[in-house]
Ligand binder design. Structure first.
Ligand SMILES: [Zn+2]
Length: 332
């Protein structure tokens, strides 16, 4: 038996150790002898350095050379904190960290990673925010990441999202396809399959024409809108289930009758502003998290996260279906 990968074992006293640090699953093992404390500390589940072949150094087996240690071992297995050595993943690669984290939550890491590998996600709009989302999804094990943005990389795109000065002037989608493959060598960047989800990154406001076109395809889509000093992530729209982008526009029109004219002016013609690095990082990762929540658990996001300067902390705002939109009635 071995502890699940990533679990820490730390000393609490001369007679007690703690297995795990997350309050959702951490346990204390008490009334230990000094030898038992030493033996359990040696089973720390932190992975060692990886070799060039991607394999990790061996995690040490849980001690079971006395009846008391065997009983402790059984209790850790019952608590899903330990597993047979044969079930531990020794190969480390794309999405492995995600799988280990899911293993600790509910033991589903391997199944979820395999499922992600069969998913196709499109990302439209490849400024730093969209680029961060695309690379994060690939690194999390999504099997196919399609990227689309024929515009050139600008000097203001260069930075933490991965664009380099030498990329300036090249097509964004060509550069991001390379970044995606660099992050996940087995990822596909082309497919004839209808995507399971599309992430649409726009500037200023949602383009109502594009929103209607995407809704008409029936493909679930996540809206990301980059504004002057904040980014709005969400909602993740699933046809017939929860508010759509038109619902949000109708709510905004209730509050400001001029909103449709303003939104039209902001979205057509599309004029992308520069994207602040910290906002792009937080918003891109938040978008990737929302996308993975849908891919993993089919949980749509009927809310927006507004991520603004100066703190860049996501603030959630829940949205309801607008009573005059009719989007949920269309498919029920
Ligand atoms: Zn609607």
């Amino acid at each position: 038996m071995r502890l699940r990968e990533g679990l820490r074992v730390v000393r609490r006293s001369d007679t007690e150790v703690q297995v795990g640090t997350d309050p959702r699953w951490a346990v204390r093992v008490t009334d230990l002898t000094p030898d038992e404390v030493v033996a359990l500390l040696a089973a720390d589940g932190t992975p060692g350095p990886s070799g060039s072949d991607g394999s990790s150094t061996a995690r040490r087996a849980l001690p079971a050379h006395t009846p008391r240690l065997r009983a402790i071992c059984d209790q850790l297995v019952a608590a899903q904190l330990a597993e047979p050595a044969s079930e531990g993943r020794s190969v480390r690669g794309t999405g492995t960290a995600d799988a280990h984290a899911w293993d600790l939550q509910d033991g589903s890491g391997g199944a979820r990673l395999a499922a992600r590998g069969r998913q196709v996600v499109g990302v439209l709009g490849l400024g730093p925010t969209g680029t961060t989302a695309a690379v994060t999804l690939a690194a999390a094990g999504v099997g196919t990441v399609l990227v689309d943005d024929a515009r050139p990389v600008r000097s203001t795109d260069v930075g933490a999202s991965g664009y380099r000065w030498s990329d300036v002037g090249r097509r964004r989608d060509t550069v991001v396809a390379r970044m995606v493959r660099d992050a996940a060598p087995r990822v596909a960047v082309e497919s004839v399959q209808v995507p399971d989800l599309v992430v649409v990154v726009e500037h200023g406001a949602t383009d109502p024409v594009r929103a209607a076109d995407v809704l008409a395809t029936g493909v679930p889509h996540l809206s990301v809108v980059v504004r002057e000093a904040d980014v709005v992530v969400g909602p993740l729209v699933v046809d017939g289930d929860g508010p759509c982008l038109r619902c949000l526009d109708l709510h905004r029109t209730d509050a400001d009758p001029a909103w449709p004219v303003v939104a039209q002016g902001l979205s057509r013609p599309a004029r992308d502003g520069d994207e602040v690095g910290v906002l792009a990082g937080v918003a891109g990762a938040t978008a990737a998290a929302a996308a993975l929540a849908y891919l993993d658990r089919r949980e749509p996001l009927a809310a927006t996260y507004e991520i603004g300067l100066p703190d860049a902390l996501p603030r959630r705002r829940d949205w309801a279906v607008h009573p005059t939109c009719g989007c949920t009635a269309q498919s029920t």
